[in-house]
Ligand binder design. Structure first.
Ligand SMILES: NC(=O)c1ccc[n+]([C@@H]2O[C@H](COP(=O)([O-])OP(=O)(O)OC[C@H]3O[C@@H](n4cnc5c(N)ncnc54)[C@H](O)[C@@H]3O)[C@@H](O)[C@H]2O)c1
Length: 388
């Protein structure tokens, strides 16, 4: 039944073409629209290359590869969305542009077509407000690369109906993705809760406690994270990561917990974006020497403890403010950014009293509101309870 829904994707960039690939693999007819013909040609070529690699690795056969690409119509005409059951927008991250596009889309599609946005940082309510029938607008946030990352955040706006929410979620579940439900607040779950992974690592560096390589070594080898924060920022791009941090900071009315770092700002200003241009926190040019970390276990543990309690505090606060359920908060961080363990589960393991103690120490030491412990954490400790 589900497969009969024709899926429209607007924007054939890295996210849009990934989403089109998923939907076509799940046997939907797909229309992938981009106004830029070069982007369309690039998306088609790159998709063919990805499918050829999957055939080579014997993940799919030649016939399946052909039928996947055959189900995607590459088009530069938004009118081709006219018979879609859902259109997922993945264009440039600018509110005015997205609003214009949603107003235009509404005139093309049927009344029961769901209009979704893959935005990372804009409010779904503000995008929905561009539509007359705003109750069919929802956020469906994939992670990069979309075909490989299992998590999808489902974000109903205040205007969204239960029916839109349930239909959208059921559809993405049927694509074998892990969906979590989140409130329409800055950063949703992942991009909010993960802020200290970058911010606290940068602060530890700025205080002269350790260098990039040592912080990365500690988080990877002792903390069990897939990548150290500086390697990850270089991978995401310091331009992109810094902008997200700045956006989230503003969106939270300048709460010091989300304060951006001058170190990253200067790297961005210098054009040291990371892997994509050969230089970020680390040097990726040919023959460049990799800096050696200081493998002092005590120092490493101090670094991991500080970043992890800040992450836990953020997760606790998200739960306190009903951004999502405790299960979805933990799932989001393990499936969206590969954390070794859910943060609330991790907090129970460390012991909430210990987590609170470490935060209170930082709060007293710095006198900075950035370190204020979440009210929920205090209450659980007071009542001798745990998250699970
Ligand atoms: N890149 C990521 O890691 C990531 C992750 C999750 C969500 N997102 C979000 O997904 C969206 C797309 O990001 P991306 O990285 O794929 O961008 P991108 O720059 O790779 O692709 C955007 C595409 O949209 C096209 N486009 C721009 N305006 C258009 C319009 N009016 N009509 C039709 N096509 C138009 C461009 O030609 C381009 O091909 C953004 O909202 C972004 O915040 C990105």
């Amino acid at each position: 039944m589900n497969k009969e829904i024709k899926v429209g994707v607007l924007g054939a960039g890295s996210m849009g073409s990934g989403i089109a690939q998923i939907a076509a693999t799940q046997e939907h007819q797909v229309v992938l629209v981009d106004l830029n013909d070069d982007a369309l040609a690039k998306a088609e070529a790159s998709l063919k290359k990805i499918l050829a690699r999957l055939v080579e690795k014997e993940k799919i056969n030649e016939a399946t590869s052909k039928s996947i690409i055959g189900r995607i119509k590459f088009s530069n005409n938004v009118n081709d969305f006219n018979d879609c059951g859902i259109v997922i927008e993945a264009i440039i991250e600018k509110l005015e542009v997205k609003q214009q596009v949603f107003t235009q889309l509404e005139k093309i599609v049927n009344d029961d077509c769901i209009l979704a946005s893959n935005t990372s940082s804009l409010s779904i309510a503000s995008i929905a407000s561009a539509c007359e029938k705003s109750d069919r607008v929802i956020g469906i946030h994939f992670f990069n690369p979309a075909p490989l990352m299992p998590l999808v955040e489902i974000i109903p706006a205040v205007q969204t109906t239960e029916e839109t929410k349930n239909t959208a979620r059921a559809l993405i579940d049927s694509w074998k993705k892990v969906t979590v439900l989140t409130k329409d607040t800055p950063g949703f779950i992942v991009n909010r809760v993960a802020r200290p992974f970058y911010g606290e690592a940068l602060k530890i560096y700025e205080e002269g406690i350790a260098d990039f390589a040592t912080i990365d070594w500690a988080m990877k080898e002792l903390g069990g994270f897939r990548m150290g924060p500086f390697t990850l920022m270089d991978y995401i791009g310091n331009d992109v990561n810094y902008t997200v941090t700045e956006t989230v900071f503003g969106a939270f009315y300048y709460d010091p917990r989300y304060r951006p770092s001058f170190t990253q700002k200067r790297h961005k200003e210098a054009g040291w974006f990371g892997r994509k241009n050969g230089r970020g926190f680390f040097d990726y040019s040919e023959g460049a020497e990799k800096p050696e970390p200081n493998k002092d276990e005590q120092l490493g543990a101090e670094i991991v403890n500080r970043i992890v309690v800040m992450l836990i505090n953020e997760a606790a606060d998200a739960l306190f403010l009903n951004i999502a359920t405790r299960e979805d908060i933990d799932l989001a961080m393990t499936k969206g950014v590969n954390y070794p363990c859910g943060l609330l589960e991790w907090a129970d393991e460390i012991g909430l009293e210990e987590v609170l103690l470490r935060l209170e120490f930082l709060h007293a030491e710095f006198g900075d509101d950035r370190y204020r412990p979440s009210v929920l954490l205090r209450r659980l400790v007071r009542d001798n309870k745990t998250f699970y």
